[in-house]
Design a protein around this ligand. Structure first.
Ligand SMILES: C[S@@+](CC[C@H](N)C(=O)[O-])C[C@H]1O[C@@H](n2cnc3c(N)ncnc32)[C@H](O)[C@@H]1O
Length: 382
């Protein structure tokens, strides 16, 4: 689940290229009096643009309570309060009194394969969109290349060799995580390849599996794979997050590092396989690269995955085996007691008292107990 701060939403709104394209797409799609669903409304900006463009009613759907509160206040400040219904729920749990003529969203991260994005859009398309209704965006196209990203690569790998200490245990983890980057256009070491198109009007799988063949036109040093997307929001309206954007788009590009800097020569063939698989609700990204020179001789072979990017503790590994019998701990007992009290409808002050009595070592004061109950309430949306 994304937990953006209000400042993060400010950065999204400050991306003029993105905002202008979304505003143009909404103006093109909205007919006077139509019903709009704004999924992942954040602080409400797309809902307000929809109102201004003539929507009859807007459903602003957002799980981030803080953002939604800003949206409520801003709706009132802009005279839209009577035209917007706020839903503090995931869209997959929202039912609308009438299907929407337009569904607008931007649930992507750096790339469209992000969190619950594709699942949410597939659900919204089936349950919330009127027949013949419009989806904004319509489709995204994924682009892949390799880049000279010396500075970013160094910032990831160089800290692990300080003052003669051998800290390389961290490098295996660092090499298996990707991050956001802002690449200059002249830092791409091969022309980008179009890797996939995501058509939101039909897409029903949240996973990605693509293979692209790149050819290096010149000698260069590369540090990893770079991926970004173009979008078509409505017919003839869209934007691109390609390297070289100035200012840097809020999305940036995704940088999938190689374990080491790698030189390429003119004519080298760089084969990249990129996958995103939803495993237990979160994306596992895998990227493999093979570089062959013009004669076909191997120059480099890398296989990386975010699955390897998190240290798996022996306990975590053991506890996922079917034969494992969990032992209840004091913390688990305390959580169980707190959840049972919540289920009985007790006020939190009362539950805190009970926790302090039953588990004085865990909850030496009321603040500790209230914090724990608050976390449980947030976790389960109680
Ligand atoms: C990238 S922000 C976009 C905010 C705003 N619409 C904009 O364009 O500036 C995406 C927001 O969608 C919310 N979100 C993601 N999936 C959602 C879902 N299925 N239902 C409701 N909110 C969702 C996140 O909490 C986040 O606030």
């Amino acid at each position: 689940v994304d937990e953006y701060s209000i400042g993060d939403f400010g950065h999204m709104i400050a991306d003029r290229v993105r905002m202008d394209a979304y505003a143009a797409a909404l103006r093109a799609a909205i007919t006077p009096g139509c019903i709009v669903a704004d999924i992942g409304a954040g602080t409400g900006i797309l809902s307000f643009i929809a109102c201004r463009a003539g929507a009859g009613h807007v459903h602003a759907i957002e799980t981030n309570e803080e953002a939604l509160e800003v949206a409520r206040q801003a709706a009132a400040a802009n005279g839209f309060a009577d035209r917007i219904t706020f839903h503090a729920l995931p869209s997959t749990q929202v039912n609308l009194p009438q299907r929407a003529d337009v569904i607008v969203s931007d649930l992507r991260g750096v790339l469209p394969w992000h969190a619950q994005h594709l699942k949410s859009i597939a659900d919204a398309r089936e349950r919330l969109l009127a027949p013949g209704g419009k989806l904004i965006p319509q489709r995204d196209t994924l682009w892949v290349s390799c880049a000279d990203a010396e500075e970013t690569h160094a910032s990831m790998f160089e800290p692990w060799a300080l003052d003669g200490f051998d800290l390389r245990a961290a490098c295996d983890i660092v090499a298996n995580r990707w991050r956001k980057i802002g690449v200059a256009a002249d830092k791409l070491v091969a022309p980008a390849a179009q890797a996939a198109t995501l058509d939101y009007t039909t897409a029903d799988s949240p996973d990605l599996s693509v293979r692209v063949e790149l050819v290096a036109p010149r000698a260069a040093t590369a540090h990893g794979i770079v991926a970004w997307f173009d979008t078509v929001l409505a017919d003839g309206i869209g934007f691109s997050n390609a390297p070289g954007g100035d200012p840097l788009p809020v999305y940036g590009q995704a940088f999938f590092p190689w374990p080491q800097a790698t030189t390429v020569a003119p004519g080298d063939a760089i084969t990249v396989k990129l996958r995103a698989d939803v495993v237990r609700g979160t994306y596992v990204w895998s990227w493999s690269t093979s570089i062959r020179d013009a004669s076909g001789a191997a120059k480099a072979d890398y296989a990386q995955s975010t699955f390897k990017g998190f240290p798996l503790s022996p306990h975590l590994m053991r506890s996922q085996q079917e034969s494992y019998v969990p032992q209840v701990t004091d913390e688990a007992r305390a959580d169980l007691a707190a959840l049972q009290s919540i289920a009985q409808g007790l006020p939190v002050g009362h539950i805190a008292e009970l926790l302090m009595q039953e588990h004085p070592a865990l909850f030496p004061d009321v603040k500790e107990a209230l914090t724990r109950i608050g976390m449980l309430c947030a976790r389960y949306r109680c």
